[in-house]
Design a protein around this ligand. Structure first.
Ligand SMILES: Cc1cc2nc3c(=O)[nH]c(=O)nc-3n(C[C@H](O)[C@H](O)[C@H](O)COP(=O)(O)OP(=O)(O)OC[C@H]3O[C@@H](n4cnc5c(N)ncnc54)[C@H](O)[C@@H]3O)c2cc1C
Length: 337
C-alpha cells in the first residue's frame, strides 16, 4: 500500500474546497486498511475515512491519515428466481452506477435512489434516502473493521440502528467502524414506489415501468440540484428538523401554510428545512465567497474560491436565523471536518 504525503483534498470533495491532508492512503484491500491504521497509531495521528467526498466539508487542513476507500467488486449471491436476489457490493463502488446496473438486471427497488453521489460504503453511514425510499429498505448486512475490538465483523440491520439520515456509524465514536462491503436484497418483481408527491406528479399517473421511474428521478434531481462537477456543493446541507406536534401547532398558527410530513414516531412531525430557510429569504443569499443556490435554500454552493470556513460561516448564520425566528435548531447533514 502506498501512503502519499501533503495531499490537497480539493479533487476529493464535491464542495471543491482546498485542504491539505498530511497523509493519504489509498485502500483497496482489507490488509491495506489494517496497515494504514497501524501507521497512524504508531505515528500517533488521527484518521478520517474519505470516500466520494460528497457529504463532507473540510474547514481546516487534516493533520492525520486519510483512509480513502477504493475497493471494488460486486458479487451476486443468488436468491429466489423472480422474487428476490441478494448482492454484496464493495464499499468503493459508485452508488449511482450500481443502481443503473440493478435496473439493467431487472432487479427493482433502488430507482428512487438513483443519482445520489458517492459510494456504496458511505450509503449506510447516513442511511441515504430520497423520494420516499431509504437504504435501510433493502439492507441485509455489512462487513466492517471495528477499530475498538480490532477485528472484522458482520453487522445486521438491527445492529446498524438506521433512522432518518442516521445510523450507529454516526452515533458510535467517530471513525470506530469502517465499512468494507454492503449486502442488499432486491426484488425481481416490479412495484413502483410513487408515494412521494413530486415523483407521482411528474409521472402523471398510469403504470410506469422501472426505467420510467429511474429516468424521472434523474430528471427531477437534475432540474433541482446543481451538478457538483460544475458547481461545488454537497446536496442538502441541513437535515429536515423533527419537532413535536405541540410545537407544530404553535408554528402553524403563525404560518398556516407550513408543510409537514408524518413520520413513524408518535407525537413528532418532520418539516422541510428548505421551506423555513426560503421563508427567511436565504435562496440566492451569500456571505463572502460562499452562497446559497438560487433555486434551493438547502444547498450551499462554492461558485469558486470559497474556503471551507466561508461555507461554515454561511451555514452558521443560516441556522442562527432559523433558531431566532422559529425556535428550531437545524442540524447539519454534511460532516464538518
Ligand atoms: C448533489 C448532491 C445530492 C445529494 N443528494 C442526496 C440525497 O438525495 N440523499 C442522501 O441521503 N444524500 C444525498 N447527498 C449526500 C451524499 O451523496 C451521501 O451522503 C453519500 O452517501 C456520501 O457518499 P460519499 O462516498 O461521497 O461519502 P463521503 O462524503 O466521502 O463521506 C461521508 C461520511 O461517511 C463516512 N464514510 C464514507 N465511507 C465510509 C466507509 N466505507 N466506512 C465508514 N465511514 C465511511 C465519512 O467518514 C464521512 O463521515 C447528496 C450529495 C450531493 C453532492
Amino acid at each position: 500500500m502506498v501512503i502519499s504525503h501533503s495531499v490537497n483534498l480539493q479533487p476529493y470533495n464535491t464542495f471543491g474546497v482546498s485542504a491539505v491532508a498530511a497523509h493519504f492512503a489509498n485502500i483497496q484491500k482489507r490488509e491495506e486498511l489494517e496497515e494504514a491504521i497501524t501507521f497512524a497509531e504508531v505515528e500517533g495521528l488521527p484518521t478520517l475515512v474519505l470516500a466520494g467526498g460528497s457529504n463532507i466539508l473540510f474547514v481546516h487542513d487534516f493533520p492525520g491519515v486519510i483512509l480513502h476507500i477504493g475497493n471494488s467488486g460486486i458479487r451476486w449471491l443468488g436468491g429466489f428466481p423472480g422474487s428476490t436476489q441478494r448482492v454484496r457490493i464493495a464499499a468503493g463502488e459508485n452508488w449511482h452506477s450500481f443502481t443503473k446496473l440493478c435496473l439493467d438486471k431487472r432487479l427493482y427497488g433502488l430507482e428512487n435512489l438513483a443519482l445520489i453521489p458517492g459510494t456504496v460504503g458511505a450509503a449506510p453511514i447516513q442511511n441515504i434516502g430520497a423520494y420516499g425510499v431509504e437504504l435501510a429498505d433493502f439492507f441485509v448486512e455489512l462487513s466492517v473493521y471495528d477499530r475498538q475490538s480490532r477485528s472484522w465483523e458482520v453487522m445486521n440491520k438491527s445492529q446498524c440502528d438506521f433512522a432518518y439520515r442516521d445510523s450507529v456509524f454516526k452515533k458510535a465514536g467517530k471513525g470506530r467502524y469502517i465499512v468494507f462491503d454492503v449486502t442488499l436484497e432486491l426484488s425481481g418483481i416490479w412495484k413502483p414506489n410513487l408515494n412521494y408527491a413530486a415523483l407521482g406528479n411528474y409521472l402523471g399517473g398510469g403504470k410506469p415501468d422501472s426505467k420510467m421511474v429511474f429516468d424521472a428521478v434523474c430528471a427531477i434531481r437534475r432540474s433541482k440540484l446543481p451538478d457538483p462537477s460544475r458547481l461545488g456543493n454537497a446536496g442538502s446541507f441541513f437535515k429536515n428538523p423533527i419537532i413535536s406536534d405541540e410545537k407544530f401547532t404553535v408554528l402553524s398558527k403563525q404560518m398556516p401554510d407550513i408543510p409537514r410530513f408524518d413520520i413513524e414516531e408518535k407525537g413528532l412531525v418532520k418539516i422541510p428545512a428548505a421551506w423555513l430557510l426560503d421563508r427567511l429569504g436565504w435562496k440566492g443569499g451569500s456571505r463572502g465567497a460562499a452562497s446559497v443556490h438560487r433555486n434551493h435554500a438547502l444547498v450551499l454552493v462554492n461558485p469558486g474560491g470559497a474556503t471551507g470556513e466561508d461555507i461554515l460561516l454561511l451555514a452558521q448564520e443560516m441556522s442562527s436565523s432559523v433558531l431566532e425566528n422559529f425556535g428550531i435548531a437545524l442540524e447539519p447533514e454534511v460532516q464538518i471536518i
